[in-house]
Design a protein around this ligand. Structure first.
Ligand SMILES: [Zn+2]
Ligand SMILES: [Zn+2]
Length: 242
């Protein structure tokens, strides 16, 4: 049994460093602590998005303490998928060791709109990038795709699919697409992470709609990787990330 109301690690959060988010890492960690979390992933947008990280700031991820206000901070990035080949932002190779958790996402400000087939192939190619552990909000309705081959590729690579609570607010029409991903992940035994995609500290660790969608689909608890800190940290350790 587990508590569907709670995750121990929020795997997708932003700070002011993303250029369009509003809280600091300190504030996010204080908020996480107040909600009983044990860890969070600091996943600023990659350099292809205007006013976000540059190659120097990604190098400085190494300056962040392992624990902030008692919260384990896993440094990482929300890489932008930038074309139909599934290429992601370039960061300096010296920064790669600071990517404990790499998300690859499509955003309309830095990814052209293509066909369903092109989006599907781009997601599959991005999953094959060694810096990428998970696809961010692949249920985003703006970029229609075919979930089944994407989920099967995640399974082949032992990678992850994100169920992003912010999609239900910010990305209209995403609920139905997220449900398709949830059903295929359940069918093929692929693990998911439930995240807030927080752009303000009040959002950190708050994921009720994503958890409800999983619960309503009878999604197996053991396939929600970040419901426990130990499972999530163990996955990163097995992958040689931490
Ligand atoms: Zn995103
Ligand atoms: Zn994000």
């Amino acid at each position: 049994m587990y508590n569907y109301q709670h995750i121990e690690v929020d795997t997708h959060t932003h700070t002011v460093l993303s250029g369009h988010a509003w809280s600091t890492l300190n504030e996010n960690c204080i908020a996480a602590s107040s909600r009983g979390l044990k860890g969070l992933c600091l996943t600023e947008h990659g350099p292809a998005m205007d006013h976000s990280l540059n190659s120097f700031s990604s190098c400085s991820l190494g300056m962040i303490p392992e624990f902030v206000h008692g919260i384990r901070v896993f440094t990482g990035m929300e890489f932008n998928i930038t074309n139909f080949n599934g290429d992601i932002d370039h960061i300096e190779p010296v920064s790669h060791k600071h990517i404990h958790f790499g998300i690859a996402s499509m955003h309309d400000v830095c990814m052209p709109l293509g066909t369903k087939k092109q989006h599907t192939e781009a997601y599959i190619a991005a999953l094959n990038n060694p810096l990428v552990d998970i696809l961010g909000h692949p249920g985003y309705a703006y970029f229609p795709n075919d979930p089944e081959p994407i989920v099967l590729e995640a399974k082949r690579l032992d990678k992850l699919i994100e169920i992003n609570n912010n999609s239900f607010r910010a990305r209209k029409g995403s609920e139905e697409n997220c449900l398709r991903f949830i059903r295929y992940c359940k069918q093929y035994g692929v693990r998911v992470c439930v995240s807030s995609d927080a752009h303000f500290d009040s959002m950190v660790g708050v994921v009720p709609r994503a958890l409800k969608l999983l619960m309503d689909a009878d999604f197996p608890a053991e396939l929600i990787l970040n419901r426990t800190y130990d499972d999530f940290a163990g996955y990163l350790s097995d992958r040689g990330r931490i």
